[in-house]
Design a protein. Structure first.
Length: 276
């Protein structure tokens, strides 16, 4: 019971990242890149404290994938609704991880390949003008880039012996990378409001830093099957919360396309039953 509640808390925090980003950036409270910078810096601080000031050895490539995710995520939410963005991100992450596993020589059962194809079909349907879910192709492509970044980051982290310390190091290294992305703006970072700054710091410190740390703590006790099922709830929670809290519309065609994506992701991500 306690483990289930903790897992639900973590998934709610992951879904909240979409709502916080959309409310802050899409609501004009802060520009996308300053939001990303505050988020990664706050996450690095919290994870560093949780690692007792001893982050693991740094690696530039995972930090680069992390920065790619953070920047693409925030830029996409200038226009995407939170639920649609979470769905695009989640599906792209799963397809990226499957492709990475296959390229790495890992055998993939037909069920996972069918699931990936179904998820991509659902994403294609979601992008059709008739669904009303995606205002333009550009934001969807930015979220896909974010999903690829997070998928590659996840693949790189599968071999980490201490995920908490590794995450602290990656967030620390990603901070100057995100800062570099803001340089073309010079001093023209807009006029962030206190509310926008607060939402960015909450996203970094609480729904990223603390949530990742808690997830790594309970993951060994969940097992692969329950972890995969738990993660399926993230886009569902984001869609529901976006509709309730941000008054985001959800049309029937978009809901059907989202269902196809989730079914595909479930087939692709749930572990196979061991042979008896």
């Amino acid at each position: 019971m306690r483990l289930g509640l903790l897992a639900a808390l973590v998934m709610s925090a992951f879904a909240a990242n979409s709502l916080l980003n959309r409310a802050a950036v899409g609501g004009g409270l802060i520009e996308a890149l300053p939001f990303s910078l505050l988020r990664v810096a706050a996450g690095a601080l919290v994870l560093g404290l949780l690692a007792r000031g001893r982050p693991g050895p740094g690696n530039l490539m995972p930090a680069l994938w992390l920065a790619t995710y953070l920047i693409g995520f925030s830029l996409a939410y200038q226009e995407l609704d939170s639920g649609v963005g979470a769905l695009l991100l989640f599906a792209t992450v799963q397809v990226t991880m499957l492709a990475g596993a296959r390229l790495g020589g890992e055998p993939l059962p037909p069920r996972r390949l069918v699931g990936a194809a179904l998820a991509l079909t659902g994403l294609g349907a979601l992008l059709l003008p008739g669904t009303g879910a995606v205002p333009a192709l550009g934001p969807a492509l930015l979220m896909a880039v974010a999903g690829i970044g997070w998928g590659l980051y996840s693949l790189a982290g599968r071999t980490a012996h201490d995920p908490l310390r590794a995450s602290a190091a990656n967030f620390l290294l990603a901070t100057p990378l995100v800062a570099l992305a803001t340089l073309p703006l010079g001093l023209d970072l807009g006029r962030p409001t206190m509310a926008g700054i607060a939402l960015a710091l909450i996203s970094g410190a609480v729904t990223s830093g603390l949530a990742y740390a808690l997830w790594y703590a309970i993951l060994p006790h969940l097992g692969a099957a329950r972890a995969a099922v738990a993660q399926l709830s993230v886009p569902v929670l984001a869609i529901a919360a976006g509709a309730i809290l941000l008054a985001e519309p959800l049309t029937l065609p978009a809901a059907l396309a989202a269902a196809v994506v989730l079914i595909g992701v479930a087939l692709a991500s749930l572990p196979s039953r061991p042979a008896r």
